[in-house]
Design a binder for this molecule. Structure first.
Ligand SMILES: Nc1ncnc2c1ncn2[C@@H]1O[C@H](COP(=O)(O)OP(=O)(O)OP(=O)(O)O)[C@@H](O)[C@H]1O
Ligand SMILES: Nc1ncnc2c1ncn2[C@@H]1O[C@H](COP(=O)(O)OP(=O)(O)OP(=O)(O)O)[C@@H](O)[C@H]1O
Ligand SMILES: [Mg+2]
Ligand SMILES: [Mg+2]
Lengths: 165, 164, 164, 165
């Protein structure tokens, strides 16, 4: 299983459709303060189904939608699409490629799509459950969060062993 | 699931011992169960001895020592159960030059099994990556992402990849 | 003491507006009272607009933007009431190259009125300081501090100061 | 008022007497991870009378005493001396130089000295009260604490204005 492509539009500072491919090589993400690097991490976490706005540095579910800038009005929705290479069949879906799309509208309505077919959030969680991209997420370490691994309680650390089991 | 937990715990423990020593260039790190006879409820403690020092409480570690020990734990979990995607957001910020080099060495090795995205301001880490995503705000408040790849040799060979 | 609070608040506010714009190379920063008609109980809010962006809640700032805005606040307090000693422990870690340079410029200026100790791994900050304290553990677990001063020109001229 | 000299012995990793002079110039403190840089900050904070072990990364009052290393036994006490240049008379003490010394013993007994004369902790606080080195301490920013200035509550931030008044 491999993440091949990420497409973001209307999520935080991604007012323009932004799309990039990943081919397995190590990628360094670089740029000045405030340019949107951590927003990429938030977009991917959100696309994977992260339920809590708090973990996305947002006050509520719609604060992730592009709020406008000096030259542009706010957007009416945010959308992230993640395309996986599923040649090895590790996702319980019958296609060699699997796309997961999440959308949220200004009124709070959420939409989820699996291979462009509308589905529920629960379906996304079920598909990702055993993939290593599940909820405990030891593999995605946000800014200033490296300390959390040691500062966590013994019970929280246990959840990582469960996740790896 | 009790058995799975026990086997996974042992595997992560073994990996952590190896990776801790590699990242710190010595010393000892291990993990222990808080309630070994109750696998369904037990917590997991971490105990480390930094090279050249005596064993101490985790809270006494320095900022860089904590970041490195935590990285060793994360890499050991990844070793036992790889993830298709790993993202590190400025994890190398508290590390000194020598520790960044060891961190990069381990990351490169794991980069063969997982897709790594590493957000960093550290030149050593930037230079160690074959691909860069340049993130900018050419228009105020709007993020754009521009991929660069290395063609033969170092930075001089970075070309802008059209229409990634 | 109500009057003193009011005058100090106004002075810090003016300084913060200036220092914010200097550190960010633009934008606007200000502080406000939460209960202006109760000076004994009021809190102090911070509101900033980063250059090129619209005004947003403080929590939405990026890691580097937060460190820079907080530095501006600390410098403005120091401007109004200097301290004989200022210590920064890796405050520059989240900053990119351009922001570190602006931070150093302001720090050097304040360095004329207060004694600054700046713990850092950042080469730009190290090079900007006339004096280094090299901290090492020549003997395991034991800290020793070795002062170096610049004599004419840059690093090549750093000499070990005997018996400081 | 200026801090001229710091002497540390038996505090955390300073098993050997460590002394350094400060002449007003900007000092960069550099060194590998874990070598004792932040311990210098803790030593100065402690010497200024910091009452809470928590703010010194210690579990209790005696955990700041050198706990031993591979080649040395633990020490029986920790001591920090801070020497100030008081030419401008800003400290309410009649001497051109003022030294403040703090000591703690394994049994928890604390000792304070002002110009080598035994005194109480309260005397140290009184001497430093208006110097800018008082309790709110916006001037000493510990590792990872820069965020605290913004994350603090509006009431906490007010304490800084009080301190600067
Ligand atoms: N919904 C939104 N609409 C528009 N802009 C937003 C939204 N949410 C956050 N932002 C902006 O995103 C910016 C933060 O970006 P981000 O945290 O990704 O920066 P960064 O590149 O990680 O920087 P650093 O190197 O400082 O960590 C802030 O300036 C914030 O105002
Ligand atoms: N009472 C004590 N006795 C002996 N050693 C101690 C004591 N308290 C703390 N230490 C040791 O001090 C070390 C931490 O030092 P410190 O936090 O100053 O490092 P640092 O130079 O700031 O590193 P970094 O660059 O990673 O922040 C730890 O290894 C810890 O074990
Ligand atoms: Mg960031
Ligand atoms: Mg430190």
């Amino acid at each position: 299983l491999r993440l091949k492509r990420v497409r973001i539009v209307g999520f935080k500072t991604f007012a323009e459709k932004t799309e990039f491919d990943l081919d397995g090589e190590l990628v360094a993400i670089v740029g000045p303060n405030g340019c949107g690097k951590s927003n990429i991490v938030d977009a991917i976490l959100w696309g994977l189904g992260e339920p809590k706005p708090r973990n996305l540095r947002a006050a509520n579910a719609t604060e992730v939608i592009f709020a406008g800038s000096q030259n542009r009005k706010a957007h009416s929705y945010a959308e992230v699409m993640l395309l996986f290479d599923n040649e090895d069949g590790s996702l319980p879906v019958d296609t060699p490629e699997v796309s997961i799309t999440r959308r949220v509208h200004r009124n709070g309505d959420s939409e989820y799509f699996l291979n462009k077919q509308a589905c529920r959030q629960k379906d996304i969680f079920d598909v990702l459950a055993d993939s290593g991209l599940g909820k405990a997420g030891y593999a995605i370490v946000g800014q200033k969060e490296i300390d959390a691994a040691l500062a966590a309680s013994a019970e929280d650390r246990r959840a990582w062993i469960d996740e790896a089991a | 699931t009790r058995d799975r937990f026990a086997t996974t715990f042992e595997a992560v423990k073994t990996e952590f011992q190896t990776l801790f020593t590699r990242l710190f260039g010595g010393g000892e790190g291990t993990i222990m169960l808080t309630k070994p006879d109750n696998l369904l409820e037990t917590g997991v403690e971490v105990e480390v001895t930094v090279p050249g020092k005596t064993k101490k409480r985790l809270e006494l570690l320095s900022g860089g020592e904590r970041a490195l020990a935590a990285s060793a734990l994360i890499f050991s979990l990844l070793k036992v159960k790889p993830s298709p995607l790993v993202i590190f957001d400025e994890v190398d910020a508290p590390l000194d030059g020598r520790n960044v080099e060891r961190f990069i060495e381990v990351m490169r090795e794991f980069g063969k099994r997982s897709q790594f995205l590493c957000i960093t301001h550290n030149n050593l880490t930037i230079e160690a990556s074959p691909i860069w995503f340049g993130v900018t705000m050419q228009e105020p408040g709007i993020t754009s992402v521009i991929p660069y790849r290395t063609t033969g040799g170092q930075t001089a060979g970075r070309v802008y990849v059209q229409g990634n």
